[in-house]
Design a protein around this ligand. Structure first.
Ligand code: NAP
Ligand code: MG
Length: 498
């Protein structure tokens, strides 16, 4: 199933309808269905349940009922089950990758990384829970003290469309490992692989431990965050909706984790070998179709090498193959939908109007047989770092290029942005690299190799990029609460307090 055309969609054996997954079973959606389409061709893949309050109520009820028994499983049992999930995801990855490729429009070759990261998540948390601090006990005067970790309860988790299985694993794995039950709302634009994975989970986990409600954000998503019987909110998506989720958590005194947008600087020193640096910078702004919050889209290039670097960056952009998502040789494919496509093209217009210069790209490309899709050229824009094009998240394959010559000035400019999810540095002088890394206001900093994800390394944002960390043991803490028990052998004698 390496490369398939439209005709082979049937091979995926999709269901006609994907209603909510509750108690391990797909059930009828209370408010009907809407079309889920192939982002590149517009072909209807299946019908998705239009989740609302009624579905969310049932899903939360199932998660609540499953909680006491799931919370009391041993960490060893949970570890075994998480490893089993990793195995099953691995066994089913070819089919799920193709579904996700057609659902999102992203190039099939990218999903190798997505699924490697997703599978690793389950393996990592299967191991991490066994060695994570679970509490202790020690003698105190006249008794003993016990501290222990307990799960939070029913977790409401909301994810975006760009990397569905990465997002699903980031949310499910730590929450399950810590003993919580879950109601997950996938994104309306890319949901099918997530619910197919949910069906596979039904053979592994007890009913009600993981429930899923598809639907629109302002209906299913809003009903979920407003539900009175949830114990934690975890959200990945835009800053705008993140604020809403954060406000709800504040009103309700609920713990919250937010993974929001990004606009990462990538600083290139003059000592680099230009070819390898161009290659890495290109990967950094085009991978995930440009639809990711961690892309290195603000390139700061040293004056001494600027002209040569930018020329080579353009040459490299010209070589990038834009084509059908299901073709293995494609490197850039279709954006998720028309709204996103128009938004990206509009940003190029904004860039021109504010005096930035589009050095290469900036256009929509037609791919035969995929006229519905928004395929966008890799785009390189010369801009000043304060301009909107260099400050706001575009979510398309575009990078700004800006000259620098003074180290303090470039660090200041790189940090002058509302976001702080990631940053990149390229230099052969590790002293410079580490010194600048320490000054970056970002949750992840990659020196000489962008997207150098390491399982177990905390992932999350400074500033508007979010609150909390995933991918690491810190996530286990964010899905747990501590309890202190102090036991005295004897009550104080009568009269002590009088
Ligand atoms: P979004 O509009 O914020 O949507 C994210 C999720 O929230 C979707 O499932 C959406 O539902 C749901 N939602 C929308 N309105 C809601 C509401 N009122 N109540 C509850 N849920 C609601 O973001 P997006 O357009 O999907 O994704 C793009 C954004 O996500 C970008 O800004 C990107 O940077 C960010 N992102 C961040 C990370 C990270 O790790 N930090 C990763 C990926 C993406 P529907 O879409 O189904 O309507
Ligand atoms: Mg779709």
């Amino acid at each position: 199933m390496e490369a398939i055309g439209k005709a082979n969609v049937a091979d995926l054996k999709l269901a006609d309808q994907y209603g909510p997954l509750i108690n391990g079973e797909i059930v009828e959606a209370a408010n009907g269905y809407f079309d889920s389409v192939n982002a590149a061709t517009g072909e209807v893949l299946a019908q998705l349940g239009r989740g609302g309050k009624e579905d969310v109520d049932k899903a939360v009820e199932a998660a609540r009922a499953a909680f006491p028994s799931w919370a009391s499983t041993s960490i060893e049992e949970r570890s075994i089950l998480l490893n089993k999930i990793a195995e099953v995801l691995e066994e089913n990855q070819d089919r799920l990758k193709l579904i996700e490729c057609m659902d999102t429009g992203r190039a099939i070759h990218e999903f190798d990384l997505d699924y490697q990261l997703a599978i690793n998540q389950f393996r990592y948390f299967a191991g991490a829970i066994l060695t994570h601090y679970q509490g202790d006990s020690r003698p105190v005067d006249n008794g003993y003290l016990i501290t222990k970790k307990e799960p939070l309860g029913v977790c409401a988790q909301i994810i975006p469309w760009n990397v569905p299985m990465i997002m699903t694993s980031f949310k499910l794995a730590p929450a399950l490992a810590a003993g919580n039950t879950i109601v997950l709302k996938p994104a309306e634009d890319a949901c099918i692989s997530v619910i197919e994975f949910g069906k596979l989970l039904s053979d592994i986990l007890p009913p009600g431990v993981v429930n899923m409600v598809p639907g629109y954000g302002n209906e299913a998503g809003q009903a979920l965050i407003d539900h009175p019987d949830i114990d934690k909110l975890a959200f990945t998506g835009s800053v705008e909706v993140g604020r809403l989720v954060g406000r709800t958590a504040g009103d309700r005194i609920l713990p919250v984790t937010l993974e929001l947008g990004g606009k990462a600087p990538h600083i290139i020193f003059p000592d680099v070998d230009i070819e390898t640096a161009v290659e890495n910078a290109t990967l950094g702004y085009t991978f995930f179709n440009g639809e990711s919050c961690i892309l290195g889209t603000r390139l700061f290039i040293h004056d001494d090498i600027y002209d040569e670097f930018v020329d080579k960056l353009i040459e490299r952009a010209k070589e990038i193959k834009i084509g059908p998502p299901t073709d293995r040789s494609t490197r850039l494919a279709s954006l998720i939908n028309e709204k996103q496509g128009k938004r990206v093209l509009n940003y190029f217009e904004i860039a021109r109007n504010e005096g930035a210069k589009i050095l290469y790209g900036g256009n929509r490309v037609t791919v035969p047989g995929h006229e519905h899709g928004y395929f966008i050229e890799p785009t390189i824009i010369e801009a000043e770092s304060h301009m909107r094009i260099a400050q706001e998240e575009i979510f398309g394959p575009a990078a700004t290029v800006t000259r620098w010559s003074d180290i303090d000035e470039v660090v200041k400019a790189a940090n002058e942005v509302d976001y702080g999810l990631a940053a990149g540095i390229m230099t052969d002088n590790m002293e410079n690299g580490l010194a600048v890394a320490n000054r970056m206001e970002a949750g992840s900093v990659w020196i000489n190799s962008y997207f150098n994800f390491q399982t177990g390394a905390p992932f999350g944002g400074y500033k508007n990029s979010g609150v909390g960390r995933e991918y690491s043991k810190e996530a286990l803490d964010s899905y747990s609460q501590s309890k202190t028990i102090v036991a005295a052998y004897k009550r104080p004698p009568y009269g002590t307090f009088l």
